[in-house]
Write a protein that binds this ligand. Structure first.
Ligand SMILES: *Cc1c(COP(=O)(O)O)cnc(C)c1O
Length: 253
């Protein structure tokens, strides 16, 4: 456990989190949107469970993790502190999977994630559906798993994400899969070109997607470097790592 009163790291996280909140509020105001419409997710990949404890103490309730088994290990450490036993849906905070999911890890992800933001292939849809059914059976979760389809904005398959043309079929597959609920889309802006260009393309893709799936309203877009642009173009969840946690360590926990 962490002694918050004397812990320098807690102070650092408190300051950076509050600065990120201010940035997000300013972006929401500038876009003429309602505060509270955009979730601030803190991305804690590569950082230890003690940092998550510090953030929970500061009132943070939404976390992003991107790697198995790092995430499962961290969540198991945290479950020991949690009177609810730490089941997704029951616990005070939510943890989303934002990194690419290997089919063989889908079962472990389904045991802890509220949503998966990075679904881009049929195989992963099927594996997550099986994983959720197993987790429901085992009493490890009590609710459906939210699915966001990751869209490749530049069509480069190496960076992850499905081509825009694949979205209709993938969406149907999610809707037909037991245990899954189609929540929306996720994008990562490619490095070349301006964030505004990519985020406006994301907004356009989303508009088409919403016409077919009006209930799938989430748009997970924006990170430390481009959250303002993402919010201006309709993001409902910004995933902020570095601006709050500091630079990621080179070696994983
Ligand atoms: C690591 C990561 C982030 C956070 O990026 P920062 O630039 O550190 O804010 C956001 N989204 C995804 C998918 C990530 O893997």
């Amino acid at each position: 456990m962490v002694d918050e009163a004397v812990d320098a790291r807690t102070h650092e996280l408190a300051e950076r989190y509050s600065a990120a909140r201010d940035r997000l509020d300013a972006a929401v105001d500038a876009a003429g949107r309602k505060r509270g419409d955009v979730e601030l997710m803190v991305v804690t990949k590569y950082f230890p469970a003690d940092d998550v404890r510090r953030l929970l103490g500061l009132g943070v309730r939404c976390f992003g993790e991107s790697r198995e088994p790092e995430a499962s290990r961290k969540l198991a450490e945290l479950a020991a502190d949690d009177p609810t036993g730490g089941r997704p849906g029951d616990r005070a905070a939510v943890f989303d999977m934002i990194g690419s999911v290997q089919s063989k890890k889908a079962k472990s992800v389904a045991a802890w994630a509220r949503s998966v933001h990075s679904v881009d292939r049929d195989k992963v849809v099927d594996a997550l559906s099986r994983g959720v059914l197993a987790a429901l059976d085992a009493g490890e979760r009590s609710d459906q798993l939210g699915i966001l389809l990751q869209v490749s904005l530049d069509g480069d398959p190496h960076r992850g994400g499905a081509p825009v043309d694949d979205l209709p079929e993938l969406a149907e597959r999610v809707r037909a899969a037991p245990g899954l609920s189609l929540a929306g889309l996720m994008v990562i802006a490619p490095l070349e070109g301006t964030a505004d260009r990519w985020m406006s393309l994301a907004a356009q893709v989303r508009e088409g997607f919403l016409a077919d799936h009006p209930e799938a309203r989430e748009l997970s877009a924006g990170m430390s470097g481009d959250l303002e642009s993402a919010v201006a173009h309709g993001s409902t969840c910004v995933r902020v790592g570095t601006a709050i946690m500091g630079p990621r360590p080179l070696v994983s926990q």
